[in-house]
Design a binder for this molecule. Structure first.
Ligand SMILES: C[S@@+](CC[C@H](N)C(=O)[O-])C[C@H]1O[C@@H](n2cnc3c(N)ncnc32)[C@H](O)[C@@H]1O
Length: 193
């Protein structure tokens, strides 16, 4: 939706490091985020930083109808848009740093998958570690973690630092092929714990 582009530019100008993008992801990138997951085995999935919900649409198409699903979004404007667009999806207007508490509220012991839109390359070393450590408390051994990175962002030291952290924490870290039909071209880290 064209309006979403305006929304992203405005929110990016207001809070560049938290939003980390000037446009929503493309449907092609959204598909690459979810296509490698064995959705039959997923009982509980969380979406981190859904923004206007491009990945949400894909998750809803792929997940088993009986699996648990909720999203966590920090930005107020995105959260309001999301709530209007996906009234049936449980949304927490919160930081994913609080994922353990959020899972408790949802009666979820462990997550099988996290589909993540966070802009890791704009985060400090400390914030990257804090959010990853919080997630590892609730992600099941063997669990899926998908997160994307802009190709151009790989020039940033924080992007390399994040990749090294993933290598240290996950058994499998596979960068996908680049999705060129995205503003900006991006790839997905397909990780398994
Ligand atoms: C790069 S945008 C991606 C939005 C959407 N997933 C997409 O790909 O179009 C990053 C999103 O993460 C959200 N975000 C950033 N830090 C967050 C945090 N600590 N907890 C929850 N959401 C966060 C931002 O508000 C924004 O919606």
């Amino acid at each position: 939706m064209l309006k979403d582009y305006g929304r992203f530019i405005r929110e990016f100008l207001l809070n560049p490091s938290c939003v980390g993008a000037i446009a929503p992801s493309s449907p092609r990138l959204a598909n690459r985020m979810v296509e490698w997951v064995d959705w039959d085995s997923v009982n509980a999935v969380a979406e981190y930083g859904p923004g206007t919900g491009v990945f949400t649409t894909e998750i809803l198409q792929q997940k088993r109808p009986d699996s648990q699903f909720f999203a966590v979004e920090l930005n107020e404007d995105f959260a309001n848009t999301f709530a209007e667009r996906f009234p049936d999806v449980t949304l927490f207007r919160d930081s994913v740093g609080n994922i353990e508490k959020i899972c408790q509220q949802q009666n979820v012991d462990q997550l099988d998958a996290v589909i993540c839109g966070l802009p890791w390359a704009t985060f400090s070393d400390e914030l990257q570690t804090e959010l990853l450590e919080a997630m590892l408390k609730v992600l099941k051994p063997g669990g899926y973690f998908a997160t994307f990175a802009y190709l151009s962002g790989m020039a940033l030291p924080a992007a390399h630092r994040f990749h090294r952290k993933l290598d240290g924490l996950f058994d499998q870290v596979e960068p996908s092929r680049t999705v060129w039909t995205n503003v900006l071209p991006a790839f997905v880290y397909q990780c398994r714990l």
